[in-house]
Design a protein around this ligand. Sequence first.
Ligand code: PLP
Length: 412
Amino acid sequence: MTPTTREDCVALDAADPLAAFREEFVLPEGVIYLDGNSLGALPRSTPGRVADMIEREWGRDLIRSWNDAGWWDKPRTLGAKVAPLVGAAADEVVVGDGTSANLFKVLVAALRMSDRSVVLGEAGNFPTDLYVAEGAVALAGAVQRRVDPDGPGLEAALAGGDVAVLLLSHVDYRSGTLRDMPGITRLAHENGALVVWDLCHSVGAVPVDLSGSGADFAVGCTYKYLNAGPGAPAFLYAARRHHAVAEQPVSGWHGHARPFDFSGDYEPAPGVSRFLSGSQPLVADAALEASLDVWAEADLAQVRAKSLAMTDLFLSRAAQAGISSITPSEHARRGSQVALVEPEEGAGYAIVQALIARGVIGDFRAPDVMRFGFTPLYLRHVDVWDAATALVEVVGTGEWRQERFARRGQVT
Ligand SMILES: Cc1ncc(COP(=O)(O)O)c(C=O)c1O
């Protein structure tokens, strides 16, 4: 049952099976951090792990670390640690490059596997997905079409028989809507299309079952719910059944079958390693490893249950204050964020700034959405209650109307 008092929240926190995880993160005094869906908090173990990588692996052991510290295999060993978080086998995931770059690789690979020439994207997807798809179709002589995956048009768009690849975000970055991965993947396959899932807003936020859903390819970032740090390397999933035939366009030496033959001809590695290209940011990999080791201890079912309890609470307090939301009320369609609609035109950015001045950090997405991310590993129910109280006060008293809250930074 959704708590109705602050005391209820204190009691929920006392019984929270995930409570101990909060100690594993550095959380500044006086801050309620509701932006872990954009940049996750710093795990306590990360600075030590990164310092060790720099001082010992690089500083002392120098180039020997490519073998001795497992640097060469980091894309695979880290991929194996991401795999259980996305319902994949260890040999179906590699870590490296960024989400945009990985998306380009899998989209071109998928287009090359099909004799059709349409990438079906989603109208409101995160812009990089739309832009990368534009680049991929231009290279492959294909075209991009867009559909609203939450509306009735998806089935008809797939039924046309010309869609090579369906590219969707599992959780929408703006509204927090969670898509039915097994159902949509099945529908796409029935219509002869491959599916690429963008997991940026679902990995570490909701349980993901790529294998069980029959997904073909997926990409995702690690700096949001996985807490690997700003600009941390991304991951790429390719279903094992595609490994032998998928040909990605950035065919670099790390994806070669025998890189140390230094042959003049490219021959892709037999497994998911063929999606690698060049040398990886190993210092950033160390931070990612520290964050994945925290996740290895977490029970995803408990994470999901707490996430839903927290978003229920925030949604209900916002509704009581008359603030509407574009985040679905049904649990089955909700990720781990709440997107509220600004109560009057132009207010959203200033409300978020006024909350930040009070130590409640969310963000704003143009034109009118205030986003609040809920990260069960380091947030308490009482934080959700206090953040909602701050929101109700900022809106109710008009505190946000102060001129200083209207000044825009480069990043919103
Ligand atoms: C759905 C989605 N895809 C991709 C990205 C970012 O891509 P990159 O990591 O290449 O900057 C984001 C960032 O917020 C995102 O929300």
